[in-house]
Design a protein around this ligand. Structure first.
Ligand code: SAM
Ligand code: SF4
Length: 342
């Protein structure tokens, strides 16, 4: 196995115009997925031609350039990252930065379907924590939400991850009238297995087959309802992401709330995202982007790539403005979440 060389010395840190240090990179390694979650994709998706995708070697070079510029946390996502062919090669390659102390954390967000195959090998690569997305504990509901998902397989994946020693956090999108009667059970189930739980507000990204304004459930409402049953205490716990955490006195576990719609967390934003075609998005909620694939492919020394990253960071916007337009029902950001990976 050959990996591109050590990190070049002398690279500058990434500090945006608002003084925020960029230390967290999310990389989408594929736009494809073995599920078709109703809030994320339409049933008939057109995916990118394979030739447009960065190769695994290019993804390694790209991540390495960001690590050289001060990224301490790398999250691999998608689409479903574990359906990308030979994806373990990338984890193995990137694990050298963990061993060298240049990276604090290598992690991924997954729907869990491929974890029975890969959990052990991910742990061997130095992955310690993973996020598994799971919106329902009721198999028929799970099927309705994911359209193509297999509930049993995901449960086996979560078992495999815990057996491999990975710390699992469950992410659930709050969907009005779909899973909002399950949150107490989800708290009992996750905390009972030593897992944390994070709720995510549905974001208006990309065309889907249904009406988003029907599904939208503010987490302020979820939290208020949970407080009828559970004793929640705000805690300063941080994982480098945008979630705000509470501790549940009755279980000792944590619940995170990611509230892009009701609470603007942009002031502390430390992250940028790269798509599987090498497009850098400086903000999840804005369309401004920079192409890194051309500089990556035209200059083996990575000098042009480094310059393109610096130029893009100088344009990182102050914040986003997600709106679900109820008259037109159009998403405020036209790309799907599976492009930038959430
Ligand atoms: N396939 C993997 C998974 O599902 O975990 C990784 C990619 S998926 C796009 C990442 C996260 O984004 C998942 O937790 C998913 O539930 C969430 N997501 C997708 N579309 C969303 C939307 N429109 N609003 C809020 N969260 C969304
Ligand atoms: Fe696939 Fe994840 Fe999107 Fe569901 S949320 S369709 S699992 S990419």
């Amino acid at each position: 196995m050959t990996f591109s060389g050590p990190i070049e010395a002398g690279n500058t840190q990434m500090i945006d115009p608002f003084g925020r240090h960029v230390t967290y990179l999310r990389v989408s390694v594929t736009d494809r997925c073995d599920f078709r979650c109703v809030y994320c994709m339409s049933e008939n998706m057109t995916f990118l031609p394979k030739k447009d995708l960065l190769t695994l070697e290019e993804l390694d070079r790209l991540c390495t350039a960001f690590v050289a510029k001060g990224v301490r946390k790398l999250r691999i996502t998608g689409g479903e990252p574990l359906v990308r062919k030979n994806i373990i090669w990338l984890f193995e390659a990137l694990s050298r930065h963990l061993r060298a102390g240049a990276l604090d954390e290598l992690t991924l967000t997954t729907n869990g379907s491929q974890l029975p195959r890969f959990a052990g090998r991910l742990a061997d690569c130095g992955v310690k924590r993973i996020n598994v997305s799971l919106d329902s504990l009721v198999p028929e509901r799970f099927k309705r939400i994911t359209r193509w998902g297999n509930f049993e397989q995901v449960m086996q994946g979560i078992d495999a991850a815990q057996e491999a020693g990975l710390h699992v956090k469950i992410n659930a999108v709050a969907l009005k009238g779909v899973n909002d009667d399950e949150y107490d059970e989800m708290i009992r189930w996750t905390h009972g297995r030593g897992m944390d739980l994070t709720f995510i507000e549905a974001m208006p990204m990309g065309d889907i087959d249904g009406d988003r304004s029907d599904q939208y459930l503010p987490l302020s409402v979820v939290r208020a309802r949970l407080m009828d049953k559970w004793t929640l205490t705000d805690i300063p716990f941080k994982t480098g992401g945008p979630a705000r955490y509470v501790e549940v006195a009755e279980t000792g576990g944590k619940i995170g709330f990611i509230t892009p719609m009701t609470h603007n967390f942009c002031e502390s934003c430390n992250r940028v995202r790269v798509t599987c075609t090498g497009t850098l998005y400086m903000c999840l909620g804005q369309d401004d982007a920079a192409d890194l694939r051309a500089p990556l492919r035209s200059d083996e020394s990575d000098r042009l790539l480094s310059d393109a990253i610096d130029e893009a960071i100088s344009r990182k916007p102050k914040g986003h403005d997600f709106i679900i337009d109820r008259r037109t029902n159009r998403p405020s950001v036209s790309r799907h979440m599976s492009v930038t990976g959430g």
